[in-house]
Ligand binder design. Structure first.
Ligand code: DC
Length: 223
């Protein structure tokens, strides 16, 4: 039997990553963090000084580098060629830069192809913005995870504080709102739920509860 494809889309800070990673682990599936791929593209374009207005140059760059994941204990590390960029892609400036570069059609073309290749045999939990709408429209299970902007900002703030970053919660919330707006309003593959996605508002929920709800849908139907 073909292994399932499960998609988890939603805005920044909705809890997608923790939920997707945990779900993949419990179900013994591969976790695919597509946001990390756009972050890697933004990082490499910055390193190579490629302007985001030059779609062709960005496409060539994507074709010339090897973006891949490697399991690292419980986590998964992302590489550009032989370079582990897992830490660099989480730098705060990569938030907006990855959102901007992800609006470039040539970049989406390259990443969509790579994501489909990784998922072609099934057996994945794919997390992002357009997993259920564009990349895996025939996915077995689609979820769209949201939370209020205040709750999402608080989660991002706690994450960054834990990494000892010097930040202000109001700035975090303003950045999140700006990035959502940019991700929702782009022409290609905008952030939105697929028509057949199950919506989950995680505002007042513990992560464990979100996982229970998702597993409830999957088990009830399939596994
Ligand atoms: O999930 P994240 O915050 O790491 O994603 C960074 C940016 O990448 C996000 O603001 C928009 C873009 N992205 C996308 O356009 N499509 C995806 N499937 C995943 C991320």
């Amino acid at each position: 039997m073909k292994q399932p494809v499960i998609t988890i889309d939603g805005p920044a800070g909705a809890g997608k990553s923790t939920v997707s990673r945990t779900l993949a682990k419990r179900l013994n599936l591969v976790y695919l963090d597509t946001g990390a791929m756009y972050r890697a593209v933004a990082l490499q374009a910055t390193r190579e000084n490629i302007p985001f207005s030059d779609g062709n140059a960005l496409y060539m760059m994507c074709e010339n580098i090897d973006i891949h994941f490697k399991a690292n204990g419980d986590k998964s590390a992302i590489f550009i060629d032989n370079d582990d960029v897992s830490a660099q892609i989480r730098m705060a400036e990569m938030d907006m830069l990855s959102s901007s570069v992800s609006a470039v059609p040539e970049v989406r073309k390259a990443m969509t192809a790579l994501q489909r290749k990784i998922g072609e045999k099934g057996g994945i939990v794919a997390e992002g913005r357009d997993m259920g709408t564009v990349v895996f429209p025939d996915a077995d299970f689609k979820f769209f995870v949201t939370a209020s902007p205040e709750v999402r900002a608080k989660r991002r703030y706690d994450e960054r504080k834990a990494r000892n970053e010097d930040i202000d919660i109001n700035n975090v919330e303003a950045d999140i709102r700006k990035r959502d707006e940019q991700d929702q309003s782009r022409k290609l593959a905008p952030l939105k739920p697929a028509d057949d996605a199950i919506l989950i508002d995680t505002s007042g929920m513990e992560i464990e509860r979100v996982i229970e709800v998702i597993l409830g849908h999957i088990k009830g139907d399939h596994l």
